[in-house]
Each structure stands twice: as structure tokens, then as C-alpha cells.
Ligand binder design. Structure first.
Ligand SMILES: [Zn+2]
Length: 59
């Protein structure tokens, strides 16, 4: 984690506590990363991820 990411996470945490909508975060508290770097981890439905695993293991 870079210092700028750590600072941005802290700033987003503070802003969210102050009432900012979570969608307005530039960072992801769950993954401790920039939101743009982990967006794909959130947008796919879990069922679709399970299907992807099934296909992978089926090979
Ligand atoms: Zn994330």
C-alpha cells in the first residue's frame, strides 16, 4: 500500500463517517485499494463468479 493510498483511504473513511455516500469513495475499504482497481470484484454477481469457477474446474 502506498502512502497516498493510505491517506486516501483515511480521507474516504472520514468523509463516509461524515455522511458521504459509499459510492462516492475513490478507495475501497473492503480491499484496501483504489476503487478502480477492484471494481470488478464488486460488480459481478456472486452466482456468475461461482459459474466461472465451475467452468474453470470443469476443464
Ligand atoms: Zn473492493
Amino acid at each position: 500500500m502506498t502512502l497516498s493510498l493510505a491517506a486516501a483511504l483515511a480521507a474516504d473513511d472520514a468523509a463516509e463517517d461524515a455522511g458521504m455516500h459509499p459510492d462516492d469513495r475513490t478507495t475501497c475499504h473492503q480491499h484496501q485499494d483504489w476503487a478502480e482497481n477492484c471494481a470488478s470484484k464488486h460488480s459481478r454477481p456472486s452466482a456468475e463468479q461461482m459459474l466461472a469457477h465451475t467452468v474453470r474446474w470443469g476443464n
